[in-house]
Design a protein around this ligand. Structure first.
Ligand code: ZN
Ligand code: ZN
Length: 1009
């Protein structure tokens, strides 16, 4: 017997149902279903993905939704009505599909606890829709439960009047329908309305009801309760279902045979298909030709980029790119992106250099989309457009995040408001938060959950096992298995991982359609902005174009500094990449606050490089090397040793072609592009094969796939080198493949780092002000302050009458903004700045509206009323008081002991005594001569003992961070010195890890740091 689930929910009914499209389709296939309907709660967001897997499985898809119903939307809002009914809607044809899109949009526009529609909306958009009366919370069923049979009958006639033969009464197989079913059946006969059976599917199989309850528990923020399930709401086997309902409800007059027939009738009636758009053309005001326009723009690009007479290389590259771009039909797309970027530039909005693979395109550079000359920087076009695929290339366009909405508005103006919108994104459960949630609802102690979390290895979402990390953890970790023995419920977390959690807005994306978007997708209106119902990739599959307008903080900072020093935003790209002072900044590791170099890893990579060799190219290399892959595999290390010792590298000996490809990186393969070049130029691979290799190279399970190309490689190189060498090169490529960075990224990042460093070295005051004002993370802000104090720039405390809201430059010093005071928000600070007379402590606070007692106290605590701050404030010590509630007189040890300081901290104070012992010394004490101590630089920590009369504390200093710390600090420190420490306290107060340390003498001069 054939059965179709006409009422089925997936994970797109967020936190109500379980199952990704492929999981649901696998079950449907196993059950031998020919057709499946998808009816998520007022959501069409799953349509694209479902239609794809349905097609793959040769199963017909019915497009439906289950919105929430009220009698009237306006009275719902007026009376704050929360009670809602359900209703099941299926698209019979194209008109019905469009109406469903319309209703899904309206349901979200009328969101009140749930996406809701009313009878007027439904009746006005009823054409082509088949209506089922819903689940046990449905419009008719609800009335029957309440024994309002007459009302139910009236409603049935009311619907019939509009929907006619497109109306079916819906029933389910649950025992709770035993009573009401009889009435429903009677009404069906009386009103001549056929009945269909649905399972209101919320999960896949028998025994999985707990999953739905888990989702509900999360939604309602409560404990798991096993009395709250509907056990039977899964995809049933047809025969089991048939015999179940016959026994449960009786089969008088072959009643159930008819009902099953009705299901098949509905299933056959619904024949809507997904509606697609085509990518929009560039919206010329007059009739113009896109290709001509592109060439015209590129020609002026050649002049403005100073490439006139660039020679044959440029011409050939241009011709090749144009050919590919034209063949792939990407001309309009590039023109659209270029138009947005160039408009932004005319508005003084800083745009990025082109972070992604688009930097590999000369045409993108000429159009003004990117700022890097791909030929000069050795970037590949093939990395940008994969000729073997039809997807639009990814252009990551970065904008000053403060002004991104302006660019979006411009796009809406250019294309029409109904053709452009923001993009929805769904948050998905990841490994760690699935474990947390499961732990919470089953009362598993936090420290137990943590054990499992510690063994969990998060993967990239695009990784095939990206959403199986919990499964993997329990499979491979003995510790995790032990936990599962004691708390078996924790295994249920596996079910959460990968499911959708809630809907959000993609920060950067917009989509643009050729037709009004409402004809292709549902569009929601939220706070005056339009948002799509489908995610970026799905929008692309529907023929819409997606553009990432990424907002990048570093661009806002650069833009802000440029404004302050009177430089035009666009001129940032004219900063010479050989600027001595800037390079010196990197050579001296003055990288705090510098984009991409803030972490310890990048700083250490620089430290490993010989200073005289650090230039722009090596800065780019640092970006690529300062990542876990190259650091752990040792490839970074061999890079440094070759760099330092000018050691001959065997790779360079292999062949002149390899020599050329790898000479800038000392014979090492650092970038994906190098592998691509070796495959193409050295082994004569086709573009297609090269791209295939690039893609599988990065995947863990790609190794075997990759190996299949070896014979091709051998064939390509046989005239150049012998087999042993060929194998050698192949192995090197294979080994490094997993973690290579792409050069277009590295160079674009390096450029931003370089620009930041340029400002830091030439305009340190403006640099620090912008950096501080744009940093929301308090800990990072303190780190920057530490850096400021080290640079010798005075930090002035927040002070009424002198400070503004934010940080500012004041006579070669930095003046802290009033907002920096704990307890003073931005609004209060603005008020305080505008009230100029308001600088005395004895002001009548009652007269100033908007300044609370708490704010007043905060100001007082921060000494913000004082006209003059005592001079000992050479490192903004009051600033630290405010943030850490310590007084400068307090001893450092006391401060660290303070219970209020936990986790990571920055403290300042005076040392009483400090002794340094490192592992090396300990060994020497044991009688070994220093040179016999093996690998001295491998001892990871030095131990610093901080002590005073009463107590002592062990501070661990990472040798990797502080090479020569040993005696240096203990010699430097004097018991009147002021010491600033940044660190973490993890195992009780008397054991701390030091991340940074600065020592000042009495006059505020830096002695160490
Ligand atoms: Zn329902
Ligand atoms: Zn339902």
């Amino acid at each position: 017997m054939q059965f179709t689930d006409l009422h089925l929910h997936s994970t797109f009914s967020c936190l109500d149902a379980w199952g990704l499209p492929k999981q649901i389709l696998k079950r449907a296939k196993d059950l031998g279903r020919k057709t499946i309907a998808v009816t998520d709660h007022a959501s069409i967001s799953g349509y694209v993905q479902f239609s794809k897997v349905c097609k793959d499985n040769n199963i017909k898809m019915i497009y439906g939704i289950e919105p929430y119903m009220v009698n009237s939307i306006s009275s719902m809002f007026e009376n704050k009505e929360r009670k809602k009914n359900h209703i099941t809607l299926l698209a019979e044809n194209e008109k019905g599909y469009k109406n469903i899109l319309k209703l899904a949009s309206e349901a979200y526009n009328n969101f009140y606890y749930y996406p809701t529609i009313d009878w007027n909306l439904l009746f006005d958009n009823s054409e082509g829709i088949i209506l089922l009366s819903g689940c046990w919370g449905g419009i008719v069923q609800r009335l029957l439960f309440e024994r309002k049979v007459d009302e139910a009958e009236k409603l049935i006639y009311k619907i019939k009047n509009v929907f006619g033969d497109r109306f079916y009464l819906e029933t389910q197989h649950y025992t709770l329908f035993n009573e009401t079913f009889k009435i429903l059946y009677a009404l069906s006969k009386k009103t001549e309305t056929p009945i269909v059976l649905t399972c209101d599917v919320h999960f896949l199989e028998k025994g999985q009801a707990f999953v739905q309850e888990m989702l509900h528990a999360i939604r309602e923020r409560r404990q798991f309760d096993d009395k709250l399930f509907l056990e039977d709401a899964y995809q049933w086997n047809s025969d089991d279902l048939f015999s179940l309902v016959k026994t449960r409800f009786g089969n008088e007059g072959n009643l159930w045979d008819k009902i099953f027939d009705n299901v098949n009738i509905v299933s056959e009636r619904c024949n809507a298909a997904i509606l697609k758009d085509i990518p929009p053309k560039f919206p010329f005001k007059n009739k113009e030709d896109s290709k001509e326009e592109l060439i015209k723009l590129c020609k002026s690009g050649i002049i403005s980029r100073g490439l006139k007479g660039g020679g044959k290389v440029y011409q050939e590259r241009f011709d090749r790119e144009l050919k590919v771009i034209k063949e792939k039909n990407f001309i309009d797309y590039l023109l659209i992106v270029a138009d947005l970027v160039n408009w932004a530039k005319t508005q003084g909005i800083l745009t990025g250099a082109g972070r992604g693979s688009s930097s590999g395109s000369l045409i993108c550079n000429l159009l003004g989309i990117t700022e890097l000359d791909p030929i000069k920087h050795d970037l590949l076009f093939d990395r940008f457009i994969d000729e073997t695929r039809s997807d639009l290339p990814d252009i990551d366009t970065d904008f000053d995040s403060d002004k991104r909405d302006l660019v979006k508005d411009y796009a809406a103006e250019t294309f029409g408001k109904n053709k452009v919108c923001d993009v929805v994104t769904f948050a998905r459960f990841k490994g760690k938060n699935s474990l947390d949630e499961t732990g919470k609802m089953f009362s598993i102690p936090i420290n137990v959950v943590k054990i499992v979390k510690d063994y969990l290895f998060e993967r990239n979402e695009k990784d095939e096992r990206g959403y199986e990390t919990i499964k993997d953890t329990f499979q491979f970790s003995k510790e995790a298995q032990k936990v599962a023995m004691e708390y078996p419920d924790i295994l249920k977390a596996c079910f959460l991982e990968g499911q959708l959690r809630h809907m959000g807005k993609h920060a950067a994306g917009i989509i643009i359609g050729n037709k009004p978007l409402e004809e292709t997708i549902a569009v929601y209106e939220k706070k005056g902005r339009k948002i799509s119902s489908v995610e970026m990739d799905d929008a692309f599959d529907l023929g819409l174009i997606k553009i990432d307008l990424l907002g990048v903080k570093v661009l806002s900072i650069l833009n802000d500094i440029a404004n302050k020093i009177g430089m035009k935003a666009a001129d940032i790209y004219n900063i010479p990449l050989t600027d001595k002072k800037t390079i010196k900044g990197f050579q001296e590791y003055d990288v705090d606050g510098i984009f991409q170099f803030e972490g310890d890893a990048a700083k250490n990579v620089l430290k490993q490089m010989p200073k005289d060799k650090i230039d722009f190219d090596q800065i780019a290399a640092s970006v690529a090397l300062a990542r876990p892959g190259p650091l752990q595999s040792g490839s970074a290390n061999s890079y440094f040793s070759v760099m330092k010792e000018n050691k001959k590298v065997k790779n360079l000996d292999w062949h002149p072609i390899i020599y050329n490809i790898t000479k800038k990186t000392f014979g090492q393969i650092v970038y994906q592009e190098q592998v691509m070049k070796i495959l193409r130029e050295f082994a004569n691979f086709s573009i297609e094969d090269t791209n295939k290799c690039r893609k599988i190279m990065g995947k863990t399970e790609g190794k075997q796939e990759f190996e299949k190309y070896y014979s091709k490689f051998l064939e390509g190189v046989k005239d150049k080198i012998d087999d042993t060498k060929a194998r050698d090169i192949w192995e090197t490529i294979k080994l490094s493949g997993e973690y290579l960075f792409n050069r277009s990224h590295a160079v674009a990042y390096a450029l931003l780092a370089f620009q930041s460093m340029y400002f830091k070295q030439h305009y340190p005051l403006e640099f620090y002000v912008s950096r501080l004002n744009y940093e929301d993370d308090e800990e990072k802000r303190l780190r920057i302050l530490l850096d400021v104090s080290r640079s010798g720039i005075r930090i002035l405390p927040p002070q009424l009458g002198k400070s503004s809201v934010f940080w500012k430059v004041e006579n070669n010093s930095l003046r802290s903004g009033l907002r920096e005071i704990k307890g003073i928000g931005e609004k209060t600070a603005e008020k305080l700045v505008s009230e100029e007379y308001f600088i005395r402590k004895d002001f009548d606070k009652n007269k100033i509206k908007g300044i609370t007692q708490t704010a007043f106290k905060a100001l007082d605590n921060a000494h913000a009323f004082l006209d003059d701050i005592p001079l000992q404030d050479f490192f903004g010590i009051y600033k630290f008081n405010i943030l850490n509630k310590i007084s400068p007189e307090r001893k450092l040890l006391e401060t660290i002991k303070d219970q209020n300081i936990s986790g990571s901290f920055i403290v300042g104070g005076i040392f009483v005594k400090m002794t340094i012992k490192d592992i090396l010394e300990t060994k020497r004490v044991k009688g070994l001569p220093t040179d016999k101590v093996k690998n001295p630089d491998k001892s990871k920590y030095a131990v610093m003992i901080l002590s005073d009369e009463t107590d002592r504390c062990l501070a661990f200093i990472d040798r990797f961070l502080f090479f020569k710390i040993g005696k240096k600090i203990s010699d430097a420190v004097d018991n009147e010195d002021f010491v600033l420490i940044e660190g973490t306290k993890n195992m009780g107060w008397n054991m701390i890890n030091i991340k940074d340390i600065v020592i000042y003498d009495k006059k505020g001069k830096v002695k160490y740091g």
